[in-house]
Design a protein around this ligand. Structure first.
Ligand SMILES: [Zn+2]
Length: 321
């Protein structure tokens, strides 16, 4: 089904002034939680029985407040693991501090994307930025996790999905969650390594949840279902996880980067659309035509407002899970 853009997104896609996108969830009050008990904004609790260390990250992008709504509620309710260790982390607090519902797109990061700085070269290097400093603070905690779930949300209309580094252990983790029922394995971004890529390189299990529209209550609810299920599956919360229908697995086959300022999709595609015919025209980029490279091509998170050098869409092929 083609995407219906609300007036705010239609204006954003066209590069024209428009109203701010609607923000239907309240900005969480993190003041009681900023200090943390293991690092600033990071809370970690040991259960009374042995088990894995599961780390759940929110605010990797400062404007994606849905994950912070969930973790703030869990902290307020006093959620504690019955086994293993549970860490709840508000990642980019400095970007979140600038979150403004009147311009909610603006506060993704302060100086650079926190989710592109996880190369050991960068982390150990001389670079200085708000995000690198934050990553260095959180690095020991994050590297001590056996399993990590990174909570994200989306600006452009798209079906929810789990993004997995292309490693069997991470893919298996994504498929085990069953919510949302789609795992997309990818190679990450050329522009820098994500938290999940860093953990995958260390042999850990990590997936990134793109849970739905940034500022919708349903996105928080989906995050809670996925994160709770993760904790039940690994014994950190008591009781068995509900059985789920099997998930689908797709692997990214091509990443389309805009080269010209005139890059334009032929219509506002919705993430999750599957184009049956190979060679279907999806966008033009100056004189270049962008067509699907294979049949049943899954469109992964099209960015309807691009600029040269920006990933406009990733294309994926379904595989046997
Ligand atoms: Zn994000």
């Amino acid at each position: 089904m083609p995407a219906e853009l609300n007036p705010a997104l239609a204006a954003l896609a066209a590069g024209e002034p428009g109203p701010p996108p609607p923000v239907r969830i309240a900005r969480p009050d993190l003041r009681p939680w900023v200090e943390g008990n293991v690092a600033r904004g990071a809370w970690s609790f040991e259960g009374p029985a042995p088990g894995p260390h599961i780390c759940i990250l929110a605010l990797t992008h400062g404007n994606e407040i849905a994950g912070a709504v969930l973790l703030e509620r869990w902290l307020r309710q006093g959620l504690r693991p019955v086994a293993g260790r549970l860490s709840l982390v508000f990642a980019n607090l400095d970007a979140f501090a600038h979150f403004d519902p009147a311009d909610p797109v603006a506060s993704r990061f302060v100086e650079q994307d926190f989710n592109r700085v996880w190369n050991p070269d960068l982390l150990d290097g001389p670079g200085r930025s708000s995000e690198l400093r934050r990553a260095r603070v959180l690095r020991p905690l994050i590297e001590s996790a056996d399993i990590l779930l990174d909570l994200h949300s989306m600006l452009w209309p798209a079906d929810p999905l789990l993004l997995s580094p292309d490693s069997p252990r991470c893919i298996e983790l994504g498929l085990s969650l069953g919510e949302p029922p789609l795992v997309v394995a990818d190679q990450g971004h050329e522009s820098g390594r994500r938290v999940v890529d860093h953990l995958a390189a260390l042999g850990r299990r990590a997936v990134l949840l793109e849970a739905g529209d940034h500022w919708e209550p349903e996105t928080v609810a989906r995050m809670e279902r996925a994160a709770s299920r993760l904790l039940h599956l690994h014994g950190l919360l008591p009781g068995a996880a509900e059985p789920m229908a099997p998930s689908r697995l797709a692997r990214v086959t091509e990443s389309i980067t805009a080269r010209s300022p005139s890059f334009s999709f032929i219509r506002p595609f919705r993430g999750g659309e599957v184009l049956a015919e190979p060679g279907t025209l999806i966008a033009t980029d100056g004189s270049r035509e962008i067509r699907t490279p294979h049949e049943n091509c899954l469109l992964v998170m099209p960015t309807l407002r691009t600029a040269p050098g920006v990933t406009a869409v990733r294309l994926a092929r379904f595989e046997e899970a």
